[in-house]
Design a protein around this ligand. Structure first.
Ligand SMILES: Cc1cc2nc3c(=O)[nH]c(=O)nc-3n(C[C@H](O)[C@H](O)[C@H](O)COP(=O)(O)O)c2cc1C
Length: 339
C-alpha cells in the first residue's frame, strides 16, 4: 500500500490529526479543524468559538494559531512521506457547519527524510513553573539551534531579564483590570478537575503550575466581579506578580516578525522556532501581554533597538524544566477535529 493509499484510512487520519493537534494556540483554544476528501484534498477550517473577541480583537493570535497548526500538520505528514502542495488560501466567508475555511491543499507523496523537527512535536510544551537555571553549555546549544532565526534574540543578563519580567507583570495586570478581558480569560481557565473541560481545552490548574493553595486562591480572586472590587488596592498587583519567582532562573527570548508578514505565516515560523527551542532542551512560557500592550511593546522596541521593518511578536520566558515537573496540556479528541 502506498503512503497515500494508507492515508485514506480513518485510522491514519485520526492519528495524524491527533499528532498535529499538539500545535500551540493562544489559551489552548485549538481553533484548527481538518477535512479530508477522496481526491487527496485536505482543507483547514477555523472554529469561530475559539476566537478571543476581547483579548484578540484583530484576530492576529487566532491566525497565528492556525498557521502553527498548518505547519505542525506539514511536519507530521512528512513522517508518513506525505506533503501538502498547491496550497490555496480561501477567500473570507466560505463556511462549513459554521466553520470558516482557511485553505485547501493537495496531499502528495514525498521522497526523502521526515522533517528534522518531527520528533519534537510531541515534546514541545509550555511550562509556567519555576525553571532550573540553564548552564553556559545549554545556552550555547540554544544559541546554536536558533541563531539562524533572525526573529529570536536571547536575553540572559540578569538585570535585563528582571526588567522584562517586571514589565510583563505590569502589562498583564493592566489587561486584567479590563473586566471583559478578565471574563474571557477566566472562561478558558479550569481551576478544578471537576470542570467539564479540564481535559479538553483551555488552561487547567496543572498546566498553569498552580499548587493546591494557589488554585483555590486564584479561582477566587480572579473571578471578574471579585477582581474588579480589589484591583484598585495596592497589594493586589503584588500578590499576582510572577517576576520575583522567575528572575533568577529564567532567560528571555524576544521574538520579532517582519512588520508586513501575514499573521498566518508568522504562526508557521513561530511553530518551527518553538520546536527548535525544544530541540535545544529548553521549554518556554510566552508572555504575549508584553507585545500586546503598546506601552511595554514600545519600551522593549526602543530598549532592544528593534528596527522599523520588524515588530515585536511576543516575548518568551525560557529555561530548563526540572525533572518530572512538565505537565501536558489537554487536547480536543481527534474525532472532533475532523469535519
Ligand atoms: C499566539 C500565542 C500566544 C500565546 N500567549 C501566551 C501567553 O501570553 N501566556 C501563556 O502562558 N501562554 C501563551 N501561549 C501558549 C499557549 O497557552 C499554549 O500553547 C497552549 O496552552 C497549549 O499548550 P502547550 O503549548 O503546552 O501545548 C500562547 C500561544 C500562542 C500560539
Amino acid at each position: 500500500m502506498t503512503p497515500l493509499e494508507f492515508f485514506k484510512s480513518e485510522k491514519a487520519q485520526l492519528e495524524t490529526v491527533a499528532r498535529a493537534s499538539r500545535a500551540p494556540s493562544v489559551h489552548n483554544t485549538q481553533a484548527a479543524r481538518w477535512k479530508f476528501s477522496n481526491q487527496n484534498k485536505i482543507s483547514l477550517y477555523a472554529d469561530p468559538s475559539a476566537r478571543l473577541n476581547v483579548a484578540d480583537k484583530s484576530g492576529v493570535d487566532h491566525l497565528v494559531g492556525l498557521g502553527a497548526a498548518f505547519e505542525t500538520m506539514q511536519i507530521v505528514l512528512s513522517e508518513r512521506s506525505l506533503v501538502m502542495l498547491k496550497v490555496r488560501m480561501s477567500p473570507p466567508g466560505e463556511l462549513l457547519n459554521g466553520h470558516e475555511k482557511i485553505l485547501e491543499a493537495e496531499i502528495s507523496e514525498k521522497i526523502g527524510m521526515p522533517d528534522l523537527l518531527a520528533p519534537f512535536v510531541s515534546q514541545r510544551n509550555s511550562f509556567r513553573g519555576v525553571f532550573e537555571k540553564a548552564s553556559q553549555k545549554q545556552l550555547q546549544t540554544l544559541n546554536k539551534e536558533i541563531s539562524f532565526f533572525e526573529r529570536a534574540q536571547i536575553v540572559s543578563e540578569l538585570s535585563e531579564v528582571e526588567n522584562i519580567l517586571n514589565l510583563a507583570d505590569e502589562a498583564s495586570f493592566e489587561f486584567m483590570k479590563d473586566e471583559n478581558y478578565l471574563k474571557e480569560l477566566y472562561s478558558w481557565m479550569r481551576f478544578s478537575r471537576l470542570h467539564p473541560r479540564w481535559n479538553v481545552d483551555g488552561l487547567n490548574a496543572d498546566v498553569m503550575a498552580l499548587n493546591f493553595f494557589e488554585r483555590s486562591f486564584a479561582a477566587g480572586i480572579l473571578q471578574p466581579q471579585i477582581f474588579k472590587s480589589i484591583s484598585g488596592l495596592s497589594f493586589t498587583q503584588n500578590i499576582l506578580d510572577e517576576a520575583p519567582k522567575h528572575t533568577a532562573t529564567s532567560i528571555c527570548l524576544l521574538i520579532t516578525k517582519p512588520t508586513e508578514e501575514k499573521a498566518f505565516d508568522t504562526g508557521r515560523q513561530f511553530a518551527r522556532l518553538w520546536l527548535h527551542i525544544t530541540k535545544a532542551g529548553f521549554a518556554v512560557c510566552p508572555m504575549s501581554a508584553l507585545a500586546d500592550s503598546p506601552r511595554t511593546r514600545d519600551i522593549l522596541t526602543e530598549r532592544f533597538r528593534i528596527p522599523k521593518e520588524k515588530s515585536l511578536m511576543t516575548v518568551l520566558r525560557a529555561g530548563i524544566v526540572p525533572e518530572g515537573q512538565q505537565k501536558i496540556s489537554p487536547r480536543i479528541s481527534a474525532k472532533k477535529l475532523i469535519l
